[in-house]
Design a protein around this ligand. Structure first.
Ligand SMILES: Nc1nc2c(ncn2[C@@H]2O[C@H](COP(=O)(O)OP(=O)(O)OP(=O)(O)O)[C@@H](O)[C@H]2O)c(=O)[nH]1
Ligand SMILES: C=C(OP(=O)(O)O)C(=O)O
Length: 216
């Protein structure tokens, strides 16, 4: 069977309120600039993944919409219902194709397209029990970075605190391969250091270089 084509939904919170645990990580760099760089590097990697035919960014932030739209993502305005899971559901419903859908967080600045491609391929492997949702947990193992759904199955996202357990409880199956750059979400300054060790995308890397150069 040929690999399926994927729609990937990436939610980006309004930059002023996003990534609050990361605020102040790079002294001298505007917080909104850092939050947007994380999302830009994430979306860049998704756009570079050959299995992906459509990248939908769900956001109510005009700057994020402008930058990520210019990169090649389709912008879906934030739905009236607040929150991350409604944003994923709203984006998935706007997919142009009734095919495979993946939900991916926008805080993966070290993500390599090859790792995402491998995870998507693994998610689409035939399962003898029929079509199933699958997910990739974050590096600590408690959260989720990627949730996938086959064409006939609702995405039913359960992102948030302890989402790996919530996804398992809802019937989704974990994908267990390594994929360090996919699992490396950046919530805290320590996560940013860990992502830098893996190799940051160029937008986030430029900000860390600027921070290092000013010595702040
Ligand atoms: N569109 C949209 N995206 C969201 C929303 N909440 C979180 N996100 C995105 O979901 C991803 C994972 O979010 P978290 O790490 O939980 O988000 P956060 O609220 O930005 O971070 P903290 O303030 O540190 O908890 C990030 O890419 C966020 O931009 C939301 O209400 N709407
Ligand atoms: C929303 C989630 O992310 P984070 O741990 O980044 O808050 C999640 O893991 O479901």
């Amino acid at each position: 069977m040929p690999d399926p084509n994927w729609t990937v939904v990436v939610p980006v919170k309004r930059l002023t309120g996003a990534k609050s645990r990361l605020r102040g990580a790079l002294t001298g760099v505007r917080h909104e600039t850092l939050a947007l760089a994380l999302a830009t590097d994430t979306v860049h990697a998704v756009l570079d993944c050959p299995a992906v035919t459509e990248v939908l960014v769900v956001t109510g932030d005009s700057e994020a919409a402008r930058v990520l739209g210019r990169l090649g993502a389709r912008i879906v305005p934030e739905p009236p219902a607040a929150g991350l899971n409604p944003a994923f559901v709203h984006g998935a419903a706007r997919s142009a194709a009734a095919g495979w859908v993946a939900a991916l967080t926008a805080d993966l600045p070290a993500l390599r397209p090859t790792e995402l491609a491998e995870a998507l391929r693994a998610a689409a492997e035939h399962d003898q029990d029929g079509p199933v949702r699958r997910f990739v947990a974050d590096a600590p193992g408690t959260g989720t970075v990627l949730l996938t759904a086959p064409p006939t199955v609702a995405l039913d996202p359960r992102f948030g605190a302890d989402s790996a357990a919530a996804h398992t409880a809802s019937g989704a199956r974990p994908l267990t391969a390594g994929w360090p750059t996919l699992r490396r979400d950046v919530d805290t300054p320590a996560d940013l250091v860990a992502a830098a060790v893996l190799g940051l995308g160029r937008h986030t890397a430029a900000l860390t270089r600027r921070y290092a150069a000013t010595g702040s």
